[in-house]
Design a protein around this ligand. Sequence first.
Ligand code: SF4
Length: 232
Amino acid sequence: MMAAGAAGLRESDATGRNALPIALIELYASIQGESTHAGRPCTFVRLAGCPLRCRWCDSAYTFVGGTKSSIGAIVAEVRALGLPLVEVTGGEPLAQKHAPALVAALADAGFEVLIETSGAFPLAHLDPRARVIADLKCPASQEAHRNLWDALAGLRAVDELKIVVADRADFDWALAQLPTRLAGLAATILWSAVHGEVAPADLASWLLETRAPGRLQLQLHKLLWPAATRGV
Ligand code: SF4
């Protein structure tokens, strides 16, 4: 009796969840270009909206608009593309209040779920099956005041911290945060250079010079499709 009741509750919860609205910019299959999952075929679910304005943002087309969809419709579209890996991204996906429910629905549907976020939103309410890829915003982004230090320091071993640097000052600043405000961080650290501002080879030499923890990240999708600005 208890088991049947619990199953019934889950079903009705799921039905309600499926109808929740999501503003969607684009949904497509591509090759994962970043993170330790780079190179894997992946479905991208790009949500609309972001309250940040990073100086070097390459996704400004996500700031407004989007097509009204629902969690159920998105899960169905992801399923139709037939890939086991899905990333919820933006914009800032967590700026939409139903994004955590979307993440949980995708995990319930059996997908391996990544969520890419700015590091400016709480993470504790996310489904623990999702792997978080969170930014550490450096000073040159002009959004470093938004870093939610407790959330970033609490990233797990299955999560990733992405540090995008626009110059050497950003790199040195980020390096100084690791043993202080981010002491004990368990997540993999990804170092990335702002496209057109720092040569990846320079970032590589800084990593070697300082013996910084983490790994250099190149944006694989920009190497594969250098002219594309969307849908990759
Ligand atoms: S958080 Fe991401 S989407 Fe938002 S402004 Fe910064 S880089 Fe652009």
